[in-house]
Design a protein around this ligand. Structure first.
Ligand SMILES: *[C@@H]1O[C@H](CO)[C@@H](O)[C@H](O)[C@H]1NC(C)=O
Ligand SMILES: *[C@@H]1O[C@H](CO)[C@@H](O)[C@H](O)[C@H]1NC(C)=O
Ligand SMILES: *[C@@H]1O[C@H](CO)[C@@H](O)[C@H](O)[C@H]1NC(C)=O
Ligand SMILES: *[C@@H]1O[C@H](CO)[C@@H](O)[C@H](O)[C@H]1NC(C)=O
Ligand SMILES: *[C@@H]1O[C@H](CO)[C@@H](O)[C@H](O)[C@H]1NC(C)=O
Ligand SMILES: *[C@@H]1O[C@H](CO)[C@@H](O)[C@H](O)[C@H]1NC(C)=O
Ligand SMILES: *[C@@H]1O[C@H](CO)[C@@H](O)[C@H](O)[C@H]1NC(C)=O
Ligand SMILES: *[C@@H]1O[C@H](CO)[C@@H](O)[C@H](O)[C@H]1NC(C)=O
Ligand SMILES: *[C@@H]1O[C@H](CO)[C@@H](O)[C@H](O)[C@H]1NC(C)=O
Length: 389
């Protein structure tokens, strides 16, 4: 074994061991899913940042789920220049298995509405929310910026393998993958015209511009650089790019209104990642801000006010988009980023609830039209630690 292979093997064992430790609770080790590399995508120029082929993780559907399909887009942030992209893990050379939890779980008790669906998780290896499209390969760094082609190649593969004949379809993603879900929702809908029901769920992808809060210029200029570097403009809806700078068209507040396919927004109004990384407190509240975002009990009143201000802006931004009955909403005040793949966060006694529904109940009710779901936590105007110890 080479040293690298050994490290990978150890990591694999470690993941296995972690899952085994959890077995008593509810997991089974076969919730770990290996990657499959899509070699045929290379000929289409659909490759990861380092030129390696794209990959996916797949679990076959069964029973009454055999003809239902979920496509899951994971998160991982973005990169905006050569230095940042070279550090970003954009490769499938040593692709590790992933754990299918939460909405991906095959356990009927955890995931009663979707456990037996066909579930495909696309590997996120392009750092552009599956939207980049640069023809040229950078000579100096060998960077390939081809996220849109990766999405297309993986989708085409699965259309041919049964997705085209699906009855129920759902595009789901978290974080950068939640944003990818919003960006690709209508395009994806158009690829499965024969499906009787197609809906999209974006978890923790509602990154706000928050023009009134510190750091707005950085938030805007970062997205502009991402759009420029990956040549994303062509992947963005013209309904947005015709009105404003394409960089602003990565903010869901400028996109959601025009998404035609039913869309569910799941997010915290005190999103942990946005508060930790994208929003700065006022200078007076900056000392030990990072500590506060790791342990809410030590936050100063000024720091908690920063979180309340974020929440107010978040809810106002949502309100400005307007309400539409096909849109699902589940906006809580958990100090959390990413819910859907975490079983404890989406189901069970300890999981956060709104309207007495867990996240998976809410999504199931909305998806199957059992009820409208328009849940916003208006009671808690402070961040709650929803992580069970
Ligand atoms: C995943 O790959 C590992 C290592 O190659 C192998 O031992 C395991 O059986 C595979 N699991 C599945 C479900 O195919
Ligand atoms: C690349 O982007 C990162 C993140 O925005 C930034 O910190 C860094 O200065 C940039 N590097 C160059 C060479 O522009
Ligand atoms: C879709 O269904 C048709 C008719 O049953 C069948 O001929 C075709 O092979 C199916 N396509 C896929 C991709 O499963
Ligand atoms: C949709 O169904 C029709 C009729 O069965 C078929 O001709 C067509 O190819 C299907 N479209 C797709 C994209 O699968
Ligand atoms: C940018 O993307 C568009 C399609 O969206 C493509 O036509 C154009 O050639 C791309 N530009 C570069 C420099 O690759
Ligand atoms: C803040 O966090 C840093 C790094 O984790 C730690 O060294 C330091 O003691 C913490 N300070 C306070 C006041 O909690
Ligand atoms: C958070 O800070 C409090 C007060 O300093 C401390 O008692 C507690 O152990 C800390 N919690 C964690 C998880 O570090
Ligand atoms: C939330 O509570 C858990 C368990 O007590 C703790 O580990 C974690 O640090 C807390 N998170 C924050 C942001 O306070
Ligand atoms: C909330 O839901 C639980 C489990 O679904 C149920 O047992 C309980 O009665 C419900 N509570 C209220 C107030 O509706």
């Amino acid at each position: 074994m080479t040293q690298k292979a050994m490290v990978d093997h150890l990591l694999y064992l470690l993941i296995g061991a972690l899952v085994l430790m959890n077995t008593q609770v509810h997991c089974e080790s076969n919730d770990i899913v290996n990657a499959t590399i899509l070699m045929s995508a290379v000929a289409k120029g659909a490759v990861c940042l380092d030129g390696t082929p794209p990959a996916y993780f797949y679990r076959k559907g069964s029973g009454d789920g055999a003809n239902n399909w979920m496509v899951y887009l994971p998160g991982g942030g973005w990169c905006s220049n050569k230095t940042e992209c070279l550090k970003w893990p954009g490769s499938t050379k040593k692709v590790k298995p992933v754990y299918f939890g939460g909405i991906l779980s095959q356990d009927m008790n955890i995931n009663p509405d979707f456990y037996n669906w066909n579930r495909i998780q696309f590997k996120y290896c392009d750092a552009s929310s599956f939207t980049g499209d640069v023809e040229a390969i950078d000579q100096e760094t060998n960077l390939h910026l081809r996220g849109a082609r990766v999405f297309k190649a993986l989708t085409e593969e699965w259309l041919a393998k049964g997705l085209a004949n699906a009855t129920n379809v759902m595009l789901v993603g978290n974080s950068a993958g939640g944003l990818a879900t919003i960006l690709n929702c209508d395009r994806f809908r158009a690829l499965v015209p024969n499906a009787s029901r197609v809906k999209c769920v974006a978890d923790s992808g509602f990154f706000i511009r928050a023009k009134n809060l510190p750091g707005a210029e950085e938030r805007e200029s970062y997205y502009s650089r991402v759009v420029e570097f990956h040549n994303i403009t062509g992947s963005l809806p013209t309904s947005c790019t015709s009105k404003m700078d394409p960089g602003l068209c990565l903010f869901p507040e400028n996109l959601v209104r025009n998404v035609q396919t039913p869309l569910f927004l799941l997010n915290s109004d005190v999103d942990e990642y946005q508060l930790r990384v994208k929003v700065k407190p006022h200078p007076a509240d900056e000392p030990f801000w990072q500590n506060c975002t790791h342990n809410l009990t030590i936050c100063t009143s000024g720091q908690l006010q920063t979180m309340r201000d974020f929440r107010t802006t978040f809810l106002k931004t949502l309100e400005e988009i307007g309400y539409c009955s096909s849109r699902g909403l589940f906006i809580n005040s958990c100090f959390i980023h990413d819910f859907l793949f975490k079983s404890d966060m989406v189901t069970g006694n300890g999981a956060p609830r709104l309207g007495n529904k867990t996240i998976l109940q809410a999504i199931g009710d909305w998806y199957f039209d059992r009820s409208l779901v328009h849940e916003i936590d208006t009671k808690n105007d402070y961040p709650i630690n929803c992580t069970i110890s």
